[in-house]
Ligand binder design. Structure first.
Ligand code: BGC
Length: 392
């Protein structure tokens, strides 16, 4: 049924691809004949060889989504598609409107990283009625039958890695997974992401399952007592909100001379807010001098610099280039009338169906593997790490 819906577009694409090949610019090449329209990012129009693809991203306040958007756009343009890439400023009505417009402009496929995974049901129904395949990007779109595929990382494992790096930072574990010499007890505090983002639960569950034995035996103590995701989540992953919560915790819980020694943070933006609160409260300036162990996620350049400077302890690197590449492959498969390859068909139940998924692997970044994982792989340059600023 689904396949049939895509056959018509597929025929068009196959023709477009053969034309592109005749012009010397096949798939994956730096094709000038079919991807000349680089200004199409927000103009739309389905006049390119492969047609228009809508890419909806949540926000530009985080460098990861900018990298994601650019990589998806480039990958699709290299294949001859026109791309309508939109950022919604973390505003739900804006994202709904953007997706509506993509459909009106004649998008042949939609790649969506939702702000709130439950708010696009109406848009997706319209798209499905027109036979437009929908790819959920990084964050699962919930409560809709009309999600064809999900490309993401192994989000539970990301949470495990975050907690593992906290244990390593505190000396409870060694990097190779063996038991470290530190016994504790250590005071820690927990943060989680935005509850309208399905990933937040996966990260938190992975982390809590990993920390549980140490909480149970008293090696770790959450001094505030706030261990439920309902108490520790940060709406829309906002840095300022995280800073405020950390300040409140310091005032309410650490006003007796005790110190917080570790913070589980699920995203670099939150980590920077948390670090700011700790700095303002007069904690030592570097980890070597006793600054608390703060984790993170996304290998954002500002945080990579903080790691290099011995302030933030770790982050989780999710290579957005690989994710973008996967999304492009999946979109192309649909438009060729094929079924994209999934490597997980069990984990991601969106409330209406289990969405076939492709999960990628993530890597823990510490100060000592920044060079290998981020610089040698070309994700950030040594200059960018030194300055903490993305040069583009
Ligand atoms: C992504 C994370 C990101 C967070 C905040 C999550 O859905 O998976 O990589 O840190 O959103 O943008």
């Amino acid at each position: 049924m689904k396949l049939k819906k895509f056959v018509a577009v597929a025929a068009g694409l196959t023709m477009a691809m053969s034309l592109a090949a005749c012009g010397g610019g096949g798939a994956g090449s730096t094709d000038t004949s079919s991807s000349a329209d680089t200004s199409a990012s927000s103009s739309g129009g389905s006049d390119s060889a492969g047609g228009l693809i809508g890419v909806a991203m949540p926000t530009q306040t985080s460098s990861r989504w900018i990298a994601d958007g650019n990589a998806v756009k480039k990958g699709l343009e290299d294949l001859g598609y026109t791309v309508d890439l939109e950022y919604a400023n973390d505003d739900i009505p804006t994202q709904q409107q953007q997706v509506d417009q993509m459909i009106t402009k004649g998008a042949k496929a939609l790649i969506i990283a939702a702000i709130d995974g439950t708010t696009l049901t109406g848009q997706l129904q319209t798209a499905a009625d027109k036979g437009i395949p929908i790819i959920s990007y990084d964050r699962l779109i919930r409560n809709s039958e009309n999600v064809d595929f999900y490309v993401t990382f192994d989000n539970y494992k990301v949470g495990v890695q975050q907690a593992t790096s906290l244990l390593v930072g505190l000396g409870i574990l060694n990097k190779d997974g063996s038991k470290g010499s530190a016994k504790g007890p250590f005071n820690i505090e927990l943060f989680a992401g935005s509850l309208d983002d399905n990933n937040a639960y996966f990260f938190f569950n992975g982390a809590m399952d990993t920390l549980k034995p140490y909480l149970d035996d008293g090696t770790l103590v959450v001094k505030s007592g706030q261990t439920d995701i309902k108490q520790v989540n940060i709406l829309r992953w906002q840095q300022e909100t995280a800073q405020k919560r950390m300040e409140d915790l310091l005032t309410s819980t650490y006003n007796d001379g005790s110190k917080v020694q570790g913070v589980l943070s699920p995203y670099d933006g939150l980590s920077r807010g948390i670090i700011q609160a700790l700095m303002n409260a007069g904690y030592p300036k570097t980890i070597s001098d006793g600054f608390p162990i703060v984790t993170g996620q996304d290998a954002e350049i500002e945080s990579v610099k903080l790691i290099a400077d011995d302030v933030q302890f770790s982050t989780i690197f999710k290579d957005t280039r690989l994710l973008a590449n996967e999304a492009v492959k999946v979109a192309q498969a649909y438009l060729e009338g094929k079924t994209p390859e999934a490597n997980d068909t069990k984990t991601y139940d969106n409330g209406k169906k289990v969405v076939p998924s492709y999960l990628l692997e993530s890597v823990i970044i510490y100060k000592d593997n920044i060079q290998k994982e981020l610089v040698d792989s070309g994700y950030w340059t040594a200059d960018e790490v030194a300055s903490g600023v993305a040069k583009g």
